[in-house]
Write a protein that binds this ligand. Sequence first.
Ligand SMILES: *Cc1c(COP(=O)(O)O)cnc(C)c1O
Length: 377
Amino acid sequence: MDGVARMSPAQARQRQAGATGYLTIDLVAISRNYEAIAAAVAPIKAAAVVKADAYGLGADRVAPALYRSGCRDFFVAQFGEAENLRPQLEADSHVYVLNGLQPGAEIACAEAGIIPVLNSMEQYERWKSTALAQGCVLPAVLQFDTGMSRLGIPPEDRAAFATELAHTSAVEILFIMSHLASADEPDNGQNTQQLAEMRKIAAEFPQFGVSFANSGGVFLGLDYHGVLTRAGIAVYGGAQTAGKSNFLRPVVRLEVAVVQTRTVPPGTLIGYGGTHAARSEMRLATLAAGYADGLPRCLGDRGAVYYDGVRLPIVGRVSMDSATIDITALPPGTLTFGSLVEVIGPHQTLENLAKSAGTISYEILTGLGHRYHRDYL
Ligand SMILES: *Cc1c(COP(=O)(O)O)cnc(C)c1O
């Protein structure tokens, strides 16, 4: 067996870094994905959602790469995220805070040039007072609830907003927005219901453009695009909506090192709780990543990793710092201390890993641990 020829790039780098897990984040793929989305929605603008540290991949690296690809509109969830991101971007970019205007953050928000997404009249009033106190016009986005019941101005407050906005100019509304609850299911009737509600709102506020589409919404078509789309997961290569997103490239690769191997006789119990008993003689390898590194505990006896295209099932429970895999399918001696197996890569997509954990790619990405050596391509 030619070990060197089989070495992946991460394996080669391992010799230098000495880490036990390698997360490779392809910034070029992120840029290409963004550019593909931007081209798909042109001539309108494509924003990027970089909340939760760019879905766990590092907003400080991802956002500047997106900027270089032409992105000028960046959404985060929290004010603290916006405060960190704002100085890293050029002045011609916009940073929006989806979760609203946090009480106490008004002046800092105004001074940093961060744009709040206002989700209620109360938030609007605080922003207006801030503008009046500072003697300036402050920008904002208004979010309306069109049926998700999560964030945004409820239907019964719309009339008051329409009246208010006709009389005040202290707050400049850049556009209005809403969020789709089921955009990843193109046939879900909730999409057309929300679209109908959004059209009603657009008619009530004809002076403003609309932002409506997340990644799934981008693939729902022109009706959903408005003036600015807000893709997140598609930029990170995690959306598989109805096969329409095949042009998106995978962004992450995760390889984890073996830290011990053993051969066990039939009947041997494996892992916490002894939940897995070897049916016959088995060869096992212990991997240096567990649920603290974002390998969901529910992958125990359900998930797998790959080596050279061979599926190696996770056996027994996933521990905090390790997981045990069945390597009986590989020739003896193939894996030794330091060998890297594929957790996310060409044989197991992010989406497939998420499926075997009974979750979605978003949760896997944002849960990726901080003990991996991170390589940005
Ligand atoms: C997270 C989020 C997005 C991005 O959603 P994706 O499904 O990742 O594209 C867009 N808009 C809002 C309001 C969000 O909360």
